[in-house]
Design a protein around this ligand. Structure first.
Ligand code: GDP
Length: 311
């Protein structure tokens, strides 16, 4: 392990607190009225949001009835929401039913849940082989979080141009090959695996997970050269009044030209597994759960490998 890697991981673990769960799938808040267009929320600021309608971005406020509605979450309209908008007044009138939710404890009111993003289809777990060093425990956390949320997980192993020892590389990845999920090997530098990544992102809404520096924005630029992960500047803009180009938004949704969208959110980059009890963990490791059934200890965490006769 490179120098300083242990401390870096400890620091990341301290920051972790995201709790992902499903819910609120079929709720419709408010009722539709005339002059409405359907759009997709791409950023949320304080009291307003950016809605992508066709090729335009409209900065909208929220109808009072929406704000007054008790949802059980600390935020109302979130990135990824499909909404009906009164286009003339630039007001979000209706929140359409959600397919999925990622939530975590609110930063200020930790007993309440905050929605991180809605309507995501898959989690793209981006890891790099080097710089930063491959960290399987973090990949496992993301895999469990995806499973808890019933979201498809996809592993993207980037910077394969930095692989020096093929044997070490294969050994580290071997446990993931037995899982029933897509694994894409990429190098944003040599462009290897980029077309496979493009296919995986096509027509899906994908939330990105991965440490800073693993190459998420470089990969996306390889997928779509004009994409700008850092600023969330999408297409032409109308009615920008009252909302700066760089907002206080937690998450940014970027539409892909060929269909689909990616969501970058600081909220998912580094997270723990609040609300998943230790005894439940084993059920999220599909390769381990069959073996665990044969374990003779009822409260075993199956962390220590012992003689198969005894546990
Ligand atoms: P992010 O923080 O995850 O978005 O990472 P960036 O996209 O900003 O990339 C971090 C650094 O890794 C940059 O210096 C990139 O040029 C570099 N990088 C990204 N992908 C690759 C790759 O496939 N191979 C190599 N060698 N470097 C890469």
């Amino acid at each position: 392990m490179p120098r300083g890697e242990k401390e870096r991981r400890r620091e990341v673990e301290k920051l972790t607190s995201l709790n992902l769960m499903q819910g609120n799938k079929h709720e419709i808040i408010s009722t539709p009225s005339s002059r409405e267009g359907q759009g997709l929320v791409t950023e949320v600021g304080s009291g307003n949001c950016k809605v992508s309608i066709g090729n335009e971005i409209l900065v909208c406020s929220l109808r009072g009835a929406l704000k007054a509605h008790e949802t059980g979450y600390t935020n109302i309209v979130v990135v990824g929401d499909e909404v009906l908008v009164n286009v003339e007044d630039a007001v979000v009138e209706t929140l359409l039913p959600r397919r999925s939710l990622l939530t975590r404890p609110d930063v200020f009111y930790t007993h309440l849940q905050q929605i991180v993003v809605a309507n995501v289809d898959q989690v793209l777990i981006v890891a790099s082989w080097q710089e930063p060093h491959f960290w399987p425990e973090l990949v496992d956390r993301y895999l469990i979080a995806a499973e808890v949320n019933q979201l498809q997980a996809v592993i993207c192993l980037n910077k394969i141009d930095l692989v020096e020892n093929e044997g070490d590389f294969q050994n580290a990845l071997q446990p993931y090959h037995s899982l029933d999920l897509p694994i894409i090997f990429t190098s944003a530098k040599t462009k290897k695996g980029i077309s496979e990544l493009q296919t995986q992102l096509h027509e899906r809404t994908t939330v990105l997970a991965g440490l800073s520096g693993v190459g998420k924005s470089t990969l996306l630029s390889a997928v779509q050269p004009d994409i700008n992960l850092r600023t969330g500047d999408v297409g032409s803009t109308r009615k920008y009044k009252g909302m700066g180009r760089h907002t206080t938004s937690q998450a940014t949704l970027l539409k892909l030209e060929k269909g689909g969208a990616v969501v970058d959110t600081p909220g998912i980059r580094e997270f723990g597994l609040a609300n998943v009890h230790q005894s439940e963990l084993i059920s999220y490791f599909s390769d381990m759960s069959a073996l665990a059934e044969a374990c003779r200890y009822s409260n075993c965490s199956h962390v220590v490998k012992t003689n198969p006769k005894y546990g």
